[in-house]
Design a protein around this ligand. Structure first.
Ligand code: ATP
Ligand code: MG
Length: 424
């Protein structure tokens, strides 16, 4: 036997037992985004590497350490997308979707990051995301957050997630604060760990979400971003808070919330849960008014989020919110005896014409009655339709109910079809 080839570490197969849970998540998402009037956008999984460096920022974890980057046969540097926003913006600019227009978009698909695989953290994972372009007012921030809140309710997990909010102000205010924070950190280098020391020089705001308790203690005396906010930024955030309150959405303001990607300004938010252990963020996003311009478009406000679907599916499983999602076969069609296969395939097609929603599986490969019924049972079928030589001669089919006590019956093909149409 030759050596087996395994999947790449951190990249999962989604097996037949798992796909119903994913399908449920996906169809719920599609329904909810449609109810807000959003349109789907699909972009390639590979992009030119500089797109991510410019959009996400050179000194973020994602670009520094996590991207799958390689040269293709032409020597171009390409990267598998680590997130969805950059490509949405790129496509929007390239196809003239953004200039002087409002766009409410959503996407779903695999993302790639070379991280250490663990529960809730993979190298290929899936995100659903929305991006709104061309609307600067806080109503959009509220609408998008309300959409995410609606999804939690649809999934029945609204009790298990909490909304954290913060504002980073305008890019100028953020830059002024960054300088002050950097000076403070430089003056206290001896109290910082290696990671925070490095970030002090490359991306000081990231020190704020250090998990190290000693660093957190030091930060109690650090300058706070709120003191650097101008009137406009404060008003934007106050409007968002008011809109969320009037919509009945509870939130907590977390002044340390800065987000890992460089592009945010004004509102940032995360939905966090404690039912997943360390990987507690299930959805994260915010405003990124500078990004379109940074990628070569005209200045255009943007707001969006990314939702990690593996973490959502894990949550639904651990909270037992999935119910019985097995897509059991309804009718298993047995064909017993010489020359019955033709009639069975024909009848199967006839039933699918008449009842397109019925899940009908035809037995293939012959074998005796007992063997075929065993297969029906294995597939969790509700009934078996049996076509033997006698049935075919009389234009009939035998119906055997595999659950409950109902007696086996013979009926005409028309009656059998009617039975299926009525939902058995
Ligand atoms: P984390 O702090 O967990 O690393 P992040 O800040 O890197 O998250 P974002 O870039 O904001 O995450 O991505 C949005 C969401 O995508 C996350 O909240 C999470 O649900 C999901 N996500 C991010 N990275 C992974 C991963 N490697 N595996 C699975 N899901 C992920
Ligand atoms: Mg990360």
């Amino acid at each position: 036997m030759s050596k087996q080839i395994q999947a790449i570490r951190g990249m999962n197969d989604c097996l037949p037992e798992q796909t119903p849970a994913w399908q449920k998540v996906e169809s719920t998402i599609r329904r909810v985004v449609a109810s807000y009037g959003y349109s789907e956008i699909r972009t390639p999984m590979l992009e030119m590497t500089p797109l991510f460096c410019r959009a996400i920022g050179e000194v973020t974890d994602v670009v520094e350490k996590e991207m799958y980057t390689f040269e293709d046969r032409n020597g171009d540097s390409l990267s598998l997308r680590p997130e969805g926003t950059a490509a949405c913006v790129r496509a929007g600019i390239q196809h003239g979707l953004l200039y002087n227009q409002e766009r409410r978009l959503w996407y779903i698909g695999p993302m790639f990051r070379h991280e250490r695989p663990q529960k809730g953290r993979y190298r290929q994972f899936h995100q659903f995301g929305v991006e709104v372009f061309g609307i600067a007012s806080a109503e959009v921030d509220a609408e998008v957050i309300l959409m995410s809140a609606r999804l939690w309710r649809e999934f029945g997990i609204e009790q298990h997630v909490k909304l954290q909010l913060n504002t980073l102000g305008s890019s100028e205010e953020r830059a002024a604060y960054r300088d002050q924070l950097q000076s403070f950190l430089r003056a206290n280098l001896d109290k910082l760990d290696e990671d925070s020391k490095r970030r002090t020089e490359t991306n000081p705001l990231r020190v704020l979400d250090s998990k190290n308790p000693e660093v957190q203690e030091l930060l109690a005396d650090a300058p706070v971003l709120n003191d650097y906010l101008g009137e406009e930024s404060k008003a934007h955030f106050a409007t968002l808070c008011r809109l969320l309150e009037s919509a009945g959405i509870a939130y907590e303001i977390n002044p340390r919330l800065v987000r890992g990607l460089d592009y945010y300004n004004h509102t940032v938010f995360e939905w966090v849960t404690d039912s997943l252990g360390a990987q507690g963020t299930v959805c994260a996003g915010g405003r990124y008014d500078g990004m379109v311009e940074q990628l070569g478009g005209k200045p255009t406000p943007g707001f969006g989020f990314g939702m990690g679907l593996e973490r959502l599916v894990l949550m639904l499983e651990s909270l037992e919110k999935n119910g019985d999602l097995r897509s059991a076969v309804e009718v298993y069609l047995c064909a017993v005896g010489e020359g019955t296969a033709e009639a069975a395939l024909k009848l199967a097609e006839q039933i699918r014409d008449a009842a397109p929603d019925c899940r009908l599986m035809t037995h293939c490969g012959g074998g005796n009655f007992k063997k075929q019924l065993k297969r029906a049972d294995k597939n969790n079928a509700a009934v078996a339709f049996i076509l033997g030589e006698d049935e075919i001669a009389q234009g009939q089919v035998t119906v055997k109910f595999l659950r409950g006590q109902a007696e086996q019956q013979s009926m005409t093909i028309e009656q059998a079809i009617e039975l299926v149409q009525q939902g058995l």
